[in-house]
Design a protein around this ligand. Structure first.
Ligand code: ZN
Length: 417
C-alpha cells in the first residue's frame, strides 16, 4: 500500500486508492456528475430542468432528476453547469479538415492545417465529423492520432480522397469499370470509413447548374457501389444538377451532398430509401459574398445567383416533404470553426430551432449508423456533451456560445480534467 501511495504522489493516478476493512488495497469507482440547469437530452423533446448526468469510463451511465453530488460508492468529480443549456455534442457531416491545396502547399501544410482545423472544430462543440475529401492520406493519420489522444479534435469518420472522373489534383480517378472498382477498393484498403464521389461538376463551375450533366457512366457508378456494398461501406455523392442526383440515387448512395437541384422525384426516392440530404447551406455565406463583390464574370455571377435563388426554397421543400436532413458545412470551402452556421442557416430557411438542432445531433448520428452511441444524452451513450450560454431553442445564435466540451467523458473546454 505504501508503495502505491508513493507511486500516486509521483504520477497522476487514474483511480483513487483506498484501504478496505481487511487492509487490502481496493480500487474504487470514479464518476463525473454534470449538474445541468437545462438539459436537452433528446433534440425535439422538451428540455428538462435541474438534471444530473452521471459519466463513467467515457459513457453516460445515468441521467437523473435533481442535482446529485454523490453516486453509489463512487468517488465524484462534480461539474456545475447549473446556469447552462446542456446538450449532446454537435456533429458536422461534411467537412474537409485536411484539404490544403493550392500553389506552394505541400504535405506538411496539409498536416498542420488538419491539426489546427480539428482543434477549432472541437472547441466550438462539434465532437464528431464526417470528413468527405482530403488532399492525401493525412486525414487517416489525423483520425488515428485523435483516437489515441495525441491530437485534440473531434471523432472523425473519413472518406480520404474523393473518387471522380479524373482531372482533379485532389481526387482519385475512376475511368471505366475496372478503374472505378480498383480505386474504390484502394480507398477502402487505405482506411476509408466512407466513399465520397464527385457525381457532378463542382459548384464553382457552370456545368453544376440545374441542367448540368452527371459525370459518371452508369456502369462506373455501379462498379463503385458494388465494391462499397461488398465491404459494407456507404457512399456519399457530391451532386448539384438534377440528373446526377437521380443517377446516384438509382444506384443506392446513402447521402446526397449539396443536392442543389434535387427535384420532387429525387426527394421521393430519398424519403422511400432513407437517403440523407446534407445540403451544405453554409456555402451560401460564401456565395452571397461573391455575388455582393461582383468580381466574377457576368455568366458566373448569374450562375451563383441562381444557386442563391434556388437553394433555400428547395431545401425547405425537402424538409417539409420529410427528407431526412443532416448538418454539413463544407468547412474547408467555408472557414473551419464556424460550423454552427449550418444550424443557423437551417433556421433562417424555415426549420424550427429544435429540428435544426436535431439535424446536428440525432440525424447526423443516424446517418453514420451511430445512433446507438451518439446524438442524445441517454444512459448507455458515449459521453459527448456540450454546454452553451443561453437557450438555442429560443435563439439559435446562442449555439455559438459553447463554453464546455466533453468528448467521450474527457473535458476539452470549460472545467479542466
Ligand atoms: Zn465538400
Amino acid at each position: 500500500m505504501r508503495k502505491l501511495i508513493i507511486f500516486c504522489q509521483i504520477y497522476i493516478c487514474a483511480f483513487s486508492i483506498g484501504l478496505a476493512q481487511d487492509g487490502e488495497k481496493q480500487e474504487s469507482r470514479s464518476v463525473t456528475i454534470i449538474q445541468a440547469g437545462t438539459l436537452m437530452a433528446v433534440a425535439g423533446e422538451k428540455p428538462l430542468k435541474e438534471q444530473s448526468i452521471v459519466i463513467e469510463d467515457g459513457k453516460i451511465i445515468d441521467v437523473l432528476p435533481s442535482y446529485l453530488s454523490t453516486y453509489e460508492d463512487a468517488g465524484v468529480k462534480l461539474i456545475d453547469l447549473k446556469d447552462k443549456f446542456v446538450m449532446a455534442g454537435l456533429m458536422d457531416m461534411h467537412v474537409h479538415l485536411a484539404m490544403a491545396g493550392g500553389p506552394g502547399k505541400d504535405s506538411g501544410d496539409v498536416a498542420l492545417a488538419g491539426v489546427k482545423n480539428a482543434y477549432k472544430t472541437l472547441m466550438i462543440g462539434f465532437t464528431t465529423v464526417r470528413d468527405l475529401g482530403a488532399t492525401d492520406d493525412t486525414i487517416f493519420k489525423l483520425r488515428k492520432d485523435i483516437n489515441s489522444g495525441d491530437i485534440i479534435g473531434p471523432r472523425i469518420l473519413a472518406a480520404g480522397q474523393i473518387i471522380g472522373v479524373g482531372g482533379r489534383s485532389d481526387g482519385k480517378e475512376c475511368n471505366g469499370v475496372e478503374s472505378c472498382r480498383k480505386t474504390t477498393r484502394d480507398m477502402i484498403s487505405h482506411g476509408a470509413d466512407w466513399i465520397k464521389i464527385y457525381a457532378s461538376c463542382s459548384g464553382g463551375l457552370l456545368c453544376s447548374n440545374k441542367d448540368g450533366p452527371s459525370v459518371f457512366f452508369d456502369d462506373e457508378i455501379g462498379a463503385i457501389m458494388d465494391v462499397a456494398r461488398k465491404y459494407k461501406i456507404k457512399v456519399a455523392a457530391h451532386t448539384h444538377p438534377r440528373d446526377s442526383a437521380l443517377q446516384v440515387l438509382k444506384y443506392g448512395v446513402s447521402s446526397i451532398e449539396h443536392g442543389s437541384y434535387i427535384n420532387d422525384e429525387a426527394m421521393e426516392i430519398m424519403i422511400r430509401e432513407g437517403v440523407y440530404y446534407v445540403p451544405t447551406v453554409s456555402v451560401m455565406d460564401l456565395l452571397e459574398d461573391v455575388v455582393a463583390k461582383g468580381e466574377n464574370p457576368p455568366e458566373m455571377l448569374a450562375h451563383d445567383q441562381a444557386f442563391l435563388d434556388n437553394n433555400p426554397g428547395n431545401i425547405f421543400k425537402a424538409y417539409k416533404k420529410g427528407v431526412k436532413i443532416a448538418t454539413g458545412t463544407d468547412a474547408g470551402v467555408v472557414p473551419h470553426g464556424k460550423n454552427y452556421r449550418e444550424v443557423e442557416r437551417f433556421v433562417e430557411l424555415g426549420m424550427t430551432n429544435a429540428d435544426a438542432l436535431k439535424a446536428g445531433t440525432i440525424n447526423s448520428a443516424e446517418l453514420i449508423d451511430m445512433s446507438d452511441r451518439l446524438g442524445t444524452i441517454e444512459k448507455g451513450k458515449i459521453a459527448d456533451i456540450i454546454a452553451v450560454i443561453g437557450n438555442p431553442l429560443e435563439q439559435i445564435k446562442d449555439i455559438e456560445n459553447v463554453t464546455f466540451v466533453m468528448k467521450e467523458g474527457r473535458i476539452y473546454k470549460g472545467t479542466k480534467d
